[in-house]
Design a protein around this ligand. Structure first.
Ligand SMILES: [Zn+2]
Length: 333
């Protein structure tokens, strides 16, 4: 658990009991997200401030070990991937199918809700998604970041023949590459400053990679129709919006600068559509199918595995090693 900026500790707690409608899950793998590291460094993300000790981690998978009253599925023993945000299911946004925008969302590792760097968690039964044996524990955990990529492709309406530009080749950019290809994109250009990650993007199917230190996105041979902005870098975002074809769509996924000076004449004269994304809704069935069918490889992203006692090393691996892409914590080891 995180007690304050740069201060984590392991604490013994009772195994949580599943309440009505919940299942208990023995956690097998948890991915470390940039947001976990941000909480570790700063003790807050925007308006979310860590005021009480907080268990981090929201990309988790494991095995159902118990069921609360009223739960008929999943079965005890079933391997599941956890969708880490449970909405109220009654507000206007939920009823409109946009449960990611629910104002009453309870999301793992977002104060005051504890996350999954733990041996056991409880979760709403409908948000514990069964996974086939073909998926490794790590892949099952990383269905969460894959969901971010799926949601971005849906918001950008990526489809057969799409030309897609992805700025930022971190874990989200790398799942977005694979998702865009699975959605039928025929050109996927990836830009980043990290050559290790660019090489991985190419290996995962990117049709062109650009070293952002030397190559601009505005002089591509053919202008992309969809931008999936995964860097959070304001200057990169503006350049990429300028690079879009007329009627192009810009999907802002990466988090970085709070404000952006938008080239309004470019947006207006080209009728650029611009949207943000916030988490995802209804993505797990697609995520499971993409990985189970081999269209998306999540295990390839894993560059380090840590035990619960080494959670601090896991949280800082990204900054210590430029070769690091995605690290996971295995709480049972
Ligand atoms: Zn709601």
């Amino acid at each position: 658990m995180l007690r304050g900026p740069g201060d984590v500790a392991v604490e013994q707690r009772p195994v949580p009991e599943p309440g009505p409608g919940q299942v208990a899950v023995r956690v097998a793998s948890v991915g470390v997200c940039g947001s976990d590291t941000h909480y570790y460094d700063h003790g807050r993300i925007g308006r979310f401030v860590v005021e009480e000790p907080l268990v981090l981690g929201h990309e988790a998978a494991g095995e159902v070990t118990g069921r609360g009253p009223g739960v008929t599925s999943p079965a005890v023993g079933q391997r599941v991937s956890i969708e880490p945000g449970v909405p109220d299911l009654t507000c206007p946004q939920c009823l409109a199918g946009r449960y990611n925008l629910c104002p009453n969302m309870r999301f793992f590792a977002t104060p005051p809700i504890d996350g999954a760097f733990a041996e056991y968690v409880v979760v709403h039964a409908a948000f514990a998604h069964p996974v086939p044996d073909a998926l490794s524990d790590d892949a099952a955990a990383l269905l969460e970041p894959l969901s971010v990529g799926i949601w971005a492709c849906r918001k950008g309406r990526v489809t057969a023949g799409s030309r897609v530009l992805i700025t930022g080749a971190g874990p989200i950019g790398l799942v977005a590459v694979q998702t865009a290809l699975a959605f039928g994109a025929t050109e996927v250009v990836v830009s980043d400053v990290n050559l290790t990650r660019l090489d991985l993007a190419r290996e995962l199917g990117a049709t062109e990679i650009l070293d952002a230190r030397t190559a601009g996105v505005t002089d591509l041979d053919r202008a992309p129709g969809v931008l999936l902005e995964c860097s959070g870098h304001p200057a990169a975002t503006v350049s990429a919006i300028r690079a879009l074809a007329p009627a192009g769509r810009a999907v802002l996924v990466g988090m970085g600068g709070d404000e952006l000076a938008l080239p309004l004449s470019v947006v207006q004269e080209n009728e650029i559509e611009l949207t943000g994304t916030f988490r995802y809704a209804g993505t797990w069935p697609t995520a499971v199918a993409l990985v189970a069918s081999g269209r998306v490889d999540l295990d390839r992203l894993v560059t380090g595995t840590y035990g619960l006692e080494q959670a601090e090393d896991a949280l800082t691996a990204g900054r210590r090693d430029p070769q690091s892409v995605k690290v996971v914590v295995h709480p049972q080891t």
